[in-house]
Write a protein that binds this ligand. Structure first.
Ligand code: PMP
Ligand code: GLN
Length: 379
């Protein structure tokens, strides 16, 4: 058959998780916690199912959860959302990203993405008949070179996608970055898609610079969040998109025919848990900072060079002192010979630079981190 996605194979996350299983490796590849969501949240989910909240949810999500999102967004980012017109619950951030692109980008248009880019972005762009214009982030800071963005904008540019805290690097955007972006999109009809799924995971006292803090950008942005990252339940696949009413109306036209609505019992559970335990996401930076610091201390005796981690739950490591080969070959060797699964960076690039970097996930229990570090320190 005539393939619509000639460049797409199986996602690296599935490939590495499968290899981890085959080789009984410690899996620091695919990003998911190996510990459970809060007990109160699991109890709330069970209650919701036992109390009969098992049929379709309203198309854009239950009101009680949208109300909690309004409260959270005002408290953290100082922006008052309209509960009816600005928020749509989705089946994970992945659905929200696809729906946002499908709703706004037409065939022949261009979308600027920064490499390394999370791997679901480009296929969603290509399926619209549009083109991803790749701009590499600087190495090793993984910062945006705004002059390159200015040079890349054309009359066909329909969207710029940003991701902070960034997967895979952990880099975070500053308020100065948002000013640069605002200046570039001013007086254009470019939509900003801001993937903020790691919004609550920033370190060393920094604040997350959501585009929702920036009134001018918020007026033309679709902002994407994921409950999976915040509440340690990536398998529930619930996320949401925030956008001004006119953009949300377009977004919902796609969402209603893509999935219509998302997992109803989880929405009831999140609404209840956010109301009863509003401190959960406020405690997340300290919770993950302790894991980051523990993981870095465990790896300090190894021959891996650790890059800085300002946000997210991934540690980038330079393995050049261990073997001089590309990241796909090294990650294969690592899972087979050292029993540790990691994620190479080259699948997130259009043209991968000649670096020797791997991504390790530290959303793990102490025992998992220790087992992985013991193996890595032997290399
Ligand atoms: N964007 C980024 C940057 C991610 O890291 C992830 C998940 N790892 C997603 C989107 C997708 O999130 P979800 O699992 O909620 O679909
Ligand atoms: N977002 C997760 C990661 O970056 C993986 C999600 C997936 O497997 N599709 O590891």
């Amino acid at each position: 058959i005539a393939t619509k996605l000639p460049k797409v194979g199986t996602t690296i996350f599935s490939v590495m998780s499968q290899l981890a299983l085959e080789h009984k490796a410690v899996n620091l590849g695919q990003g998911f916690p190996d510990f459970e969501p809060p007990q109160g949240l699991r109890d709330a989910l069970n209650r919701a199912m036992n109390e009969g909240r098992n049929q379709y949810a309203p198309m854009h999500g239950i009101a009680a959860l949208r109300e909690q999102i309004v409260l959270k967004t005002e408290k953290l980012y100082g922006r008052r959302l309209n509960v009816d017109t600005d928020i749509t619950l989705t089946s994970g951030a992945t659905e929200a990203i696809f729906a946002a692109i499908a709703a706004t980008v037409r065939a022949g248009e261009e979308v600027i993405v920064f490499d390394p880019a999370y791997d679901c972005y480009e296929p969603a762009i290509e399926l619209q008949g549009a083109r991803a214009v790749h701009i590499p982030l600087t190495v090793p800071a993984f910062a945006i070179d705004w002059q390159r963005v200015r040079d890349a904008v054309t009359p066909k540019t329909r969207m710029i996608m940003i991701n902070s805290p960034h997967n895979p690097s952990g880099a975070v955007l500053s308020s100065a970055d948002l000013e640069e972006l605002a200046a570039i999109v001013r007086d254009t009809d470019i939509v900003v898609l801001s993937d903020e799924v790691y919004e609550h995971i920033v370190y060393d006292g920094a604040q997350h610079e959501s585009v929702l803090r920036h009134p001018e950008l918020a007026g033309r942005s679709i902002v994407i969040s994921s409950f999976g990252k915040t509440y340690h339940c990536t398998g529930w696949k619930v996320g949401y998109a925030v956008a001004p009413a006119a953009l949300t109306a377009e977004f919902r036209k796609v969402h209603q025919y893509l999935t219509f609505c998302t997992f109803h019992p989880a929405q009831v559970a999140f609404a209840e848990f956010m109301a009863s335990t509003p401190q959960h996401y406020l405690e997340l930076p300290a919770f993950y900072q302790a894991k980051r610091d523990r993981f870095r201390a465990l790896l300090a005796p190894s021959r891996l060079k650790l890059l800085d981690v300002p946000g997210g739950y991934f540690q980038l490591v330079d393995y050049s002192a261990i073997r001089d080969e590309d990241d796909l070959a090294f990650s294969k060797w690592l899972v087979e010979h050292a029993g540790v699964a990691a994620i190479p960076l080259s699948p997130f690039y259009e043209r991968a630079p000649d670096t020797r970097l791997l991504r390790l996930c530290f959303a793990k229990s102490d025992a998992t981190m220790e087992a992985a570090a013991e193996r890595l320190c032997r290399l």
